[in-house]
Design a protein around this ligand. Structure first.
Ligand SMILES: Cc1cc2nc3c(=O)[nH]c(=O)nc-3n(C[C@H](O)[C@H](O)[C@H](O)COP(=O)(O)OP(=O)(O)OC[C@H]3O[C@@H](n4cnc5c(N)ncnc54)[C@H](O)[C@@H]3O)c2cc1C
Length: 369
């Protein structure tokens, strides 16, 4: 049984954000910037954020050439450009908010490996550069075959992505949590939202332990886990597999690399190789919210590590993990008012690090005073 005081002062907020990934924290910070006096709480089911934001590869990317060509095959070119612009805006806001040093943001080169079968994509490089020319200060992509030999990487060609960087995901999320707390926003961890009830005047948020919060507005930032709270949305989970090697002696490359339409990605990380992807090998099996490893995909990553990235080297794997993303029938995120009092920023695809800050800003702008 709750006291009068608990109900009034500890369980009532002016706005509640559900989910403490990059989108939830960015939404809370943008809300506080818009309404400095409002009491805002972020509710997180895990003791740590438990989705994709602490489990990705730390690529600050706007899309590779073959990924953008793949998008152009089923999206209108205006929508493809809008997505690239959203990624760029989001990264600019993230960098301005956090500061490059506090998340080790670096631009040490971003490249795409082009296989023999993908060589025709190079004929469209100028077309894609032209398409993006009014939103970027220079060409998005350029040939970089001259850099390939000294990397030791096996590919037919190398394309440079001229507006991409890399960051330390752990430092980025640590700093975002610190900034959220510094601004007087509460984060309640181990607080799983079990249900939401909307009335004409407020929203009741039922959480673990039999407690209920009340608030005029909620921002749902639970990405792949949203269907458990709000059914009938066009959202499906997609798991991403990652491995990190032990330190590699004389590793011949730095920077970040993509291949196969963005389905695979690797980078140098503190003298190691971080390598992830392969979801396209088992799209159905990876449409899950279980953070387990997929043995077939992990074996594929190891095989590609030994034949493409570090050919002829036998390097041990030190860490493996997976994280859960959210996809839909289109690539655009869902950022909208779901009802008068419930607002959503979910379905971030493989772009949430890039677009997450801007998605939060857009969501906060929709929430009334
Ligand atoms: C392997 C991998 C590689 C990636 N690579 C890139 C990349 O190169 N570039 C890029 O931009 N993006 C990349 N992403 C995607 C990016 O990480 C995600 O899009 C982004 O982190 C999504 O952020 P989010 O805040 O929407 O969701 P999440 O980080 O999933 O946060 C949602 C939070 O909600 C919480 N939650 C869920 N349900 C409840 C509930 N009922 N009650 C309370 N809390 C709840 C979860 O515990 C979680 O902490 C990658 C992701 C993975 C996994």
């Amino acid at each position: 049984m709750l006291s009068y005081w608990e109900k009034q002062s500890l369980l009532a907020y002016d706005c509640i954000v559900i989910g403490s990934g990059i989108v939830g924290l960015s939404t809370a910070i943008s809300l506080k910037e818009k309404y400095p006096k409002k009491r805002i709480a972020v509710l997180e089911r895990g003791l740590l954020p438990a989705g994709a934001s602490t489990r990705n590869a730390g690529f600050a990317c706007i899309g590779s050439l073959t990924e953008i060509l793949d998008d152009l095959a089923y999206m209108h070119s205006d929508d493809v450009v809008k997505l690239v612009q959203l990624r760029r805006k989001g990264l600019q806001l993230l960098r301005a908010r956090i500061g490059d040093d506090r998340m080790h943001y670096r631009e040490r080169g971003s490249y795409e490996l082009i296989s023999e079968a993908e060589v025709p994509a190079l004929d469209r490089l100028d077309e894609v550069n032209g398409l993006l020319s009014h939103i970027l200060p220079g060409p998005a992509f350029s040939m970089a075959d001259d850099k390939l030999p000294k990397t030791g990487i096996i590919a037919k060609h190398l394309v440079q992505n001229n507006f991409e960087g890399e960051l330390n995901t752990g430092m980025m999320m640590r700093t975002l949590i610190d900034l959220t707390l510094e601004r007087g926003i509460e984060i309640k961890t181990g607080c799983e939202v079990l249900g939401i009830e909307e009335s004409p005047t407020s929203v009741t948020v039922n959480v673990t332990g039999g407690l209920s919060f009340t608030t005029p507005y909620i921002a749902v930032c639970t990405n792949a886990f949203t269907p458990a709270l709000i059914p009938n949305l066009d959202i499906a989970p997609g798991r991403g597999q990652v491995l990190v090697t032990e330190p590699v002696k004389d590793l011949p490359f730095k920077g970040v690399y993509h291949f196969d339409k963005g389905y695979y990605y690797f980078r140098e990380l503190q003298g190691r190789v971080l390598f992830g992807g392969g979801r396209n090998l088992d799209l159905l099996g990876e449409a899950t919210t279980e953070t387990e490893l997929n043995a077939v995909i992990q074996a594929d990553l190891e095989e590609k590590l030994r034949t493409i990235i570090l050919p002829g080297r036998d390097v041990a794997i030190e860490h493996r993990w997976s994280g859960i993303m959210a996809f839909g029938s289109t690539k655009e995120p869902l950022i909208k008012a779901h009802s008068a009092r419930i607002f959503l920023a979910v379905r971030m695809g493989g772009m949430g690090i890039a677009i997450g800050s801007e998605a939060g800003r857009m969501l906060a702008a929709m929430i009334p005073a």
